[in-house]
Design a protein around this ligand. Structure first.
Ligand code: BES
Ligand code: MN
Ligand code: MN
Length: 459
């Protein structure tokens, strides 16, 4: 690995420049206005994969945004790593809260500031550069396949189809994904779980038109007031979710498992300080870390209705809306939970309003084993790179495609993430450490080396 280390050191600046080039393309998958930019980003990813030495690189069109595929098969008898990542990004708004424009990346105090720097351009690009590093130095220890999609942030619907239709092409021994965070730069960790998701929109309708809030107010139900009542009834005083059946399939962790997870350092005071809050809130009986990883949640992501412009307008609105997400844990099923929500919400709606519940995307939770050869390889690679063995932790976010890889391809995933929770993903001023980017590029070839060795029983 010494040759590889020297190569990385010598080419570091270019590795950064190339990433900045990718970050300059506003590949916002949610907004149709950016469709051409998403396509342009796919083309850039294709070109960079070819330059790095991948074969059979192609842009695979879908009904939505394209998937970029490439591979390097050096010996069919060697194990194969399937790298997954996403080149699409979240919308950058609110723009006025960015210190520098989201698609004009700058490096400040060792951090790369741009939308997508940590989620996930900076992280998937580590794999492209690691491929170059391996091919230019010690060679590949395993075969590699790359599948970089453009619709992760909008639910990966077309990727799910692509996976089902390309099972042969995607044959591999493990999936390797860098799209999660570690505990800290001096406390490496590996995510061993992701939460599932149910996302819905509700519409509450009262009177057939907006009304003068003086002429009618007090005599007619206000749908915004009603929506607020309905939403607050979804949690009880212990912050448990009141939807009947919601917890039925939740896998409770044993005391031993909870104790093991609690080994990971978590500083509650630092957590509060970082967020500027005096106190935390969550389900009774669980720690903050547990509440955000191994427990299911229900949150309003957006709420609107009535007059929200400048100044005041006296109006009793006809309609109120909210977007609601539920984070799920094993063995809750996204479709079943969405159905429970819809039935409950319709049942509790009072007779003076009409409610409509529309499901958006969803996905299943996933847990990855820590006793696999792949986990062992990942752990060794991290230990060599950081000088410390990584701590297994459960993550709170969702990557729905992970459960699908297991279901359709029979593959387990290694969540080889190098970000930090403080990277402000999905927020203004998203950033990714130059240190983290380079550590990732250093660790990935070590994963290949150990995965090949462990798979052969040589480590
Ligand atoms: N990379 C994130 C997921 C993530 C972040 C997992 C941090 C663990 C730690 C991913 O891009 C993401 O944002 N996923 C969405 C779900 C998707 C269906 C929109 C999410 O978790 O909200
Ligand atoms: Mn991501
Ligand atoms: Mn994301």
């Amino acid at each position: 690995m010494e040759k590889a280390e020297a190569y990385i050191e010598a080419h570091k600046e270019r590795f950064l420049e190339e990433l900045l080039g990718i970050l300059r393309i506003p590949s916002v998958s949610a907004d149709p206005a950016y469709k051409q930019e998403v396509q342009r980003c796919a083309e850039a990813v294709r070109d960079r994969l070819i330059e790095a030495g991948a074969d059979k690189v192609e842009i695979c069109p879908t009904a939505g945004h394209p998937i970029v595929y490439g591979e390097k098969i050096i010996d069919p008898d060697l194990p194969t790593v399937l790298v997954y990542g996403h080149y699409d990004v979240q919308p950058p708004d609110p723009l006025e809260l960015w210190a520098s424009p989201p698609f004009e990346p700058v490096i400040k105090d060792g951090q790369i500031y741009a939308r997508g720097s940590a989620d996930d351009k900076g992280q998937f690009y580590m794999h492209v550069k690691a491929l170059e590093v391996m091919l230019k130095n010690d060679g590949l220890a395993c075969n590699a396949k790359f599948m970089i999609e453009g619709e992760e942030e909008v639910g990966s619907d077309n990727l799910a189809l692509f996976v089902k239709e390309n099972k042969d092409r995607l044959k591999a021994d493990v999936v390797l994904i860098s799209d999660t965070a570690m505990i800290a730069n001096d406390v490496p960790s590996i995510n061993t779980g992701l939460r599932g998701l149910s996302y819905l929109e509700v519409e509450v309708t009262g009177p057939n038109r907006d009304l003068h809030s003086g002429v009618y107010g007090g005599a007619v139900a206000n749908p915004i007031n009603v929506l607020c009542d309905l939403i607050s009834s979804l949690h009880d005083k212990d912050r448990r979710i009141t939807i009947p059946g919601f917890y039925d399939r939740v896998v409770e962790l044993s005391d031993a498992e909870r104790k093991a997870l609690a080994e990971a350092p978590f500083d509650l005071e630092e957590f509060k300080r970082d967020l500027g809050i005096e106190e935390v809130l969550g389900e009774k009986g669980y720690s903050s870390d547990e509440r955000s990883t191994i427990r299911p949640t229900l949150d309003v992501n957006g709420i609107w209705g009535g007059y929200i412009g400048e100044g005041a307008k006296t109006v009793l609105p006809s309609k109120a809306f909210a977007k609601i997400s539920m984070r799920l844990v094993p063995d809750q099923k996204s479709a079943a939970i969405s159905k429970l929500f819809k039935e409950h919400f319709e049942r509790i709606a009072p007779p003076y309003v009409n409610v409509e519940v529309r499901p958006h995307h969803g996905g299943e939770a996933a847990v990855t084993p820590t006793d696999s050869v792949a986990y062992k390889a990942a752990s060794l690679a991290m230990e060599e790179t950081f000088g410390k063995a990584p701590i297994p932790t459960r993550g709170g976010g969702s990557i729905p495609i992970v459960a699908l890889f297991e279901q359709e391809l029979g593959l387990k995933t290694i969540l080889f993430g190098f970000g930090l929770d403080s990277n402000a993903i999905h927020s203004p001023n998203e950033h990714f450490g130059v240190f983290n980017y380079i550590q990732g590029i250093r660790a990935i070839p070590r994963f290949y080396k150990h995965f090949a060795a462990v798979s052969n029983g040589k480590s």
